[in-house]
Design a protein around this ligand. Structure first.
Ligand code: PMV
Length: 310
């Protein structure tokens, strides 16, 4: 690390379609949004995150990144435009930005190397994961993860019987509004809860397959610039995620209240709290409704770059 400070930033992400099902190898679509997390590293007497020394009990993503790189004691400083645990990929953004800074300090930064390493760190810390979050934070713009290689292929990874091919996905011009419930839930336990459900019932397995089908419908609609269709597909996906047991009363309420002013809306990310996203052409109205329902609204720009050295 040679005594100096290194820094990188990574964007937040919004999963438009396919969360949870993607952990079982189904397709998912995600976009990077114009909120960023910045990370700086410098050599120190003990490793810490924002001044708090690392222990085996805290900040497991940060510890896992430092261990992976065999880093000497390091002070890690982060500053973020978006809340952690909000379903917007804060753990993926920290992991990607920190790994980018560590790679840069060794004189080498390749997006796909960072994306792959970040996915491996997420799996190690979370137990189960898919590469959708980390690859979106690393590559930016739009990402499609699916089993087969297609247009815009970037890289692939396999795990047991699952295979994910990561693709760059062109994103039509669209306006997204996010509503954060203010409640954070860690991703790992929600992913584990869905796995138990899927392991025990064919009904849950069918729902996961249906989410996969709905996601591919949305991919076609995106390619055609059919925002009305994409919105309907997002709302359908929300209903399926609710059946899987990852929605909450607040998320359902926020989604149904914005629907009269949106093409569609759904929870985004792991659920259990976190955030919802609406595809709309009336962003001000949707933000007002989210606020009235007790949520924290954000307007989200798309078409933003992935990880960057700062
Ligand atoms: O809530 P987030 O940002 O951690 O998103 C999790 C997305 C899942 O599909 C639930 C898990 C994964 O690794 O894909």
């Amino acid at each position: 690390m040679s005594g100096r400070t290194w820094g990188a930033s990574a964007p937040a992400k919004v999963i438009l379609l396919g969360e949870h099902a993607v952990v079982f190898g189904k397709p998912a679509v995600s976009v990077a949004i114009g909120l960023r997390l910045r990370c700086k590293i410098r050599p120190a007497a003990v490793s810490s995150l924002n001044g708090v020394p690392l222990t085996p009990q805290n900040y497991s993503y940060v510890s896992a990144c430092l261990a992976r790189h065999g880093a000497p004691p390091t002070a890690v400083l982060t500053d973020s435009d978006f809340p952690s645990g909000s379903g917007l990929g804060s753990s993926a953004a920290v992991t990607v930005a920190l790994l980018a800074a560590l790679n840069a300090s060794k004189g080498d930064l390749k997006e796909d190397v960072v994306a792959r390493e970040a996915f491996e760190v997420e799996c190690e810390v979370q137990g189960r994961a898919s590469p959708i979050d980390t690859s979106t934070c690393a590559h930016g713009n739009g990402i499609l993860v699916q089993r087969q290689r297609g247009d815009g292929f970037l890289w692939e990874i396999s795990m047991d019987t699952r295979r994910w091919c990561v693709h760059d996905l062109p994103v039509p011009k669209m306006t997204l509004v996010i509503g954060f419930t203010g409640k954070s839930k860690p991703t790992g336990p929600l992913v584990a809860k869905v796995k138990r459900y899927v392991d025990h019932t064919t009904f849950a397995r069918d729902i996961v397959s249906e989410i996969g089908d709905v996601t591919m419908e949305g991919v076609k609609q995106m390619a055609q610039g059919d925002l009305e269709g994409l919105g309907r597909t997002m709302t359908k996906d929300h209903k399926l995620l609710a059946i899987l047991g990852v929605s909450t009363r607040e998320l359902d309420k926020m989604v149904s209240s914005v629907l009269p002013y949106s093409y569609g809306a759904k929870l985004t990310g792991a659920g259990g709290g976190g955030s919802m996203v609406a595809l709309t052409d009336q962003p001000q109205k949707v933000m007002e409704i989210i606020k009235n329902k007790g949520g924290q609204p954000f307007a989200a720009d798309t078409g933003v770059p992935g990880v960057r050295i700062e």
